[in-house]
Design a protein around this ligand. Structure first.
Ligand SMILES: C[S@@+](CC[C@H](N)C(=O)[O-])C[C@H]1O[C@@H](n2cnc3c(N)ncnc32)[C@H](O)[C@@H]1O
Length: 292
């Protein structure tokens, strides 16, 4: 990441969520603050929309990962009494400012300092109120321990904590990813995490590999290169080694089947697009929990 500048990929992810509200009527993931936080109107999105299966695939993936994360969070609150949420690499995520569940949670937003400062300016400019139970924690994951910063900011590590970590893993080194997962798995109160990752490029179909190479060149030019991908069995073994088991890992086929609206799937099939077995994944893992 560029040290002094807000993350450009955070802007891009937020733009996909905003476009999803307008172009897909938020059917996978409804977010009434997606446009205001970016400062764009529906007309601007419609005018700027470069439609096509490639753009819609990324938009659907970003919408699906947010829906997956928030539904697992709701489940963790209901079934396991979770009352602490950490949004790691929050970007322009709006959960804390719009969800009816937010008032029952102590929420920590962790992000690179320059990105977090930009978000706080955007919130102020959009007139979006900051809820009382929200703490901002500026951290560079590659340099500092986010757990120490969080504990200093009031995280009760003896209470079960939910981590939403979306769109961040591909941009971190493996060392930082494993150190983060290890720290999450070691929290004394127990923890759960949702994150997304990608299969290694050499395992993708030629078409997806070309698309990946294009994306990789684009984000590298923005100063945020892709640094890590994983073979699912290797990642699952690492997670289990950090006491994060009970893993639900949705690959690209399952994501499309579960989340993409039927007419978009039909369009894709008509254009000859098979359901891919390799590509982006969304994963939930958690430390042991005993039902009482
Ligand atoms: C693609 S954006 C995703 C943002 C948000 N989670 C979303 O889904 O819209 C990547 C995020 O990771 C954060 N990030 C990347 N590298 C980081 C680092 N070394 N330390 C802290 N944050 C980092 C960026 O600031 C940015 O907010």
């Amino acid at each position: 990441m560029l040290e002094q500048e807000p993350s450009r990929t955070a802007f891009a992810a937020a733009a996909h969520r905003a476009a999803h509200q307008v172009l897909d009527q938020g059917r996978i993931f409804a977010d009434p603050l997606a446009l205001p936080i970016l400062g764009v109107t529906a007309d601007e999105i419609t005018r700027g929309a470069a439609e096509g299966p490639r753009r819609s695939a990324m938009r659907f993936f970003i919408a699906a990962r947010a829906r997956f994360a928030e539904s697992h969070l709701a489940d963790a609150m209901e079934r396991r009494g979770v009352r602490q949420l950490v949004v790691l690499g929050a970007g322009l995520d709006t959960f804390a400012y719009r969800s009816p569940l937010a008032s029952q949670l102590q929420i920590f937003e962790v992000d690179h300092p320059a990105t977090q400062a930009w978000k706080r300016r955007r919130l102020a400019e959009a007139g979006i109120a900051i809820p009382g139970g929200l703490v901002f924690a500026p951290v560079n994951f590659e340099r500092e321990s986010f757990v120490k910063v969080l504990e200093a900011s009031g995280l009760a590590s003896d209470q079960r904590t939910f981590f939403i970590w979306l769109g961040v893993v591909p941009y971190l080194t493996r060392e930082t990813i494993f150190a983060t997962l290890k720290a999450i798995g070691a929290l004394p109160g127990g923890a759960e995490v949702v994150f997304d990752y990608s299969d290694p490029p050499h395992t993708l179909s030629p078409e997806l590999r070309a698309l990946h190479a294009e994306r990789a060149a684009r984000v590298a030019a923005l100063g945020e290169p892709f640094l890590s991908q994983f073979e699912p069995p290797e990642l699952h073994a690492q997670l289990a080694g950090f006491d994060l088991s009970a893993i639900e890992d949705l690959g690209p086929r399952a994501i499309i089947e579960q989340f993409v609206p039927p007419e978009a799937r039909a369009q894709r099939a008509a254009a000859g697009g098979d359901l891919p077995e390799r590509g982006g994944h969304i994963l939930h893992a958690m430390t042991a929990w005993k039902e009482v």
